[in-house]
Design a protein around this ligand. Structure first.
Ligand SMILES: NC(=O)c1ccc[n+]([C@@H]2O[C@H](COP(=O)([O-])OP(=O)(O)OC[C@H]3O[C@@H](n4cnc5c(N)ncnc54)[C@H](O)[C@@H]3O)[C@@H](O)[C@H]2O)c1
Length: 431
């Protein structure tokens, strides 16, 4: 239930004082970082006025850090610090039109929060991914269209699209410098991350699953969606298309001590409408080849889209398919502005100047593509875009109604283990 905000606590309207106000929902690492980016924008007055969290200690530490760094731009008295599953509503109720809500909770909650922002006509910055399964992917596509119809400005945390080097690479590829793209390869190979031990005592099942969100498909879409969406989005951006289907493999070699739902290696082959292919490989195993990179192969040459992570980009173009110096056609400048900050400058400018900026549609498509690949590996079936659009396995159908007393969407079994996908066993259901 929303608690009505007394008028004296309601912030003023942008139209009256030109100050854009922010509400942060999910005060963890990325949410706090997004506020730092927002408050560092240079185009006019901006301040943080409300915060929402499930864990009070996370809100308090985020607030303390932000207040220390931006003493005059953080105006969040206790009356505008909200804790609970409905905290997002109370925080957004503090905003007016032309203010911005920041959604940096695990992705499972994204559609719930985005729907409320659209209803209230509030602009949004939301972290990737935007959805976790078939039904929420469809819902996000619909919400994206609604937000566009309403003229809202929406930024999605796929920040590589705001990296100037990658923007230049995109222009060069689209203008045909390596010919038509016939294949893409992408890798995220490194040691284990975000693993989960059995739930300790002292925390309830629901909050444990939210806290360990990477481990649970209902909360995050799993490591596949949360980690790999960047690679997939970068490749599809360069290709200028979204794939139509996927087949995939994967398994759990060394997950004995861990109770999560993820595989520790994935290989997915995505197929585009014109028959060209995106090969994606992900692994969370120590002492193996490590690589975090994406490549595009065209009829005239190849591109390094990224290598060594997201930022700075190390984009290159080569003639032929062997990336040696003698074949180098172009390399990006090593000096690049921060894409996180650049995205925020653009979002805030678009609000102040009423220019169109809405990334929700492509963010929803990228999230759908991630779900398609994960589902292909988890089910062992070929998964098409239509399979996703018609899928009725919603992992957390009650998510909009959760309270601190609710049961968790997933029940642990023996030894505190959770259901793990078993390819070939459940048709097109993952577990
Ligand atoms: N673009 C990027 O570079 C980048 C980097 C890291 C994380 N992310 C994304 O940001 C999101 C958050 O990741 P993080 O690393 O900050 O995690 P985090 O655990 O540090 O922060 C998430 C916070 O959200 C809170 N929360 C969870 N459910 C909530 C709810 N219903 N209402 C209010 N608060 C809630 C949690 O208690 C936690 O404090 C994820 O979707 C992740 O994929 C993006």
């Amino acid at each position: 239930m929303s608690i009505p905000i007394p008028n004296s606590l309601r912030p003023g309207y942008v139209a009256e004082n030109n100050t854009i106000q922010l509400a942060l929902v999910g005060c963890g690492g990325r949410g706090t970082g997004a506020v730092v980016n927002a408050l560092s924008t240079q185009s006019g007055p901006i301040k943080l006025t409300a915060m929402a969290e499930l864990f009070e200690n996370r809100l308090t530490s985020s607030y303390a850090m932000l207040k220390n760094k931006f003493p005059n731009q953080v105006d969040v008295p206790r009356e505008r610090q909200f804790v609970g599953f409905d905290a997002y509503k109370r925080a957004l109720d503090c905003l007016s039109q032309d203010d911005v809500a920041i959604f940096a909770t695990p992705a499972g909650f994204r559609w719930v929060h985005f729907a409320y922002a659209i209803r209230k006509g509030i602009h949004v910055f939301m972290e990737k991914p935007l959805s976790v399964d078939g039904p929420t992917s469809c819902r996000m596509l619909t919400l994206a269209r609604e937000s566009e119809t309403k003229g809202l400005k929406v930024a999605v945390g796929l920040m590589c699209r705001h990296n100037p080097a990658m923007e230049e690479l995109h222009e060069r590829i689209q203008s045909g410098q390596i010919g038509e793209i016939i294949a893409l390869r992408s890798y995220r190979l490194h040691g284990p991350e975000k693993t989960s031990e059995p739930k300790p005592s002292g925390i309830g099942e629901l909050l444990y699953q939210v806290k360990q969100f990477h481990s649970f498909l209902w909360a995050s879409g799993g490591l596949f969606n949360d980690f790999y969406i960047y690679n997939l989005d970068d490749c599809c951006w360069m290709k200028g298309a979204w794939p139509e289907s996927a087949i995939g493999l994967g398994g759990r070699h060394y997950q004995d001590g861990f109770v999560d739902q993820n595989f520790d290696h994935y290989s997915v082959e995505y197929r585009f409408k014109n028959g060209s292919t995106l090969f994606f490989h992900g692994r969370f195993i120590n002492r193996c080849h490590e690589e975090h990179a994406s490549y595009a192969h065209g009829t005239k040459g190849m591109a390094i889209i990224s290598s060594g992570g997201h930022n700075p980009a190390k984009c290159r173009l080569y003639k032929g398919h062997n990336p040696i110096n003698d074949h180098l056609l172009w390399r990006c400048s090593p000096i690049q502005s921060n894409p996180y900050q650049r995205q925020w400058e653009r979002l805030i400018n678009s609000i102040r100047e009423d220019q169109k900026m809405n990334e929700a549609g492509r963010g929803a498509e990228a999230s759908l593509v991630a779900t398609m690949g994960r589902m292909a590996a988890h089910t062992g079936q070929q998964i098409t875009r239509d399979d996703i659009l018609q899928c009725d396995h919603e992992f957390a159908p009650q998510i909009a109604k959760l309270t601190m007393e609710s049961e968790a969407p997933l029940k642990p079994g023996q030894g505190g283990r959770y259901p793990v996908p078993q390819p070939g066993r459940y048709g097109k259901r993952e577990y």
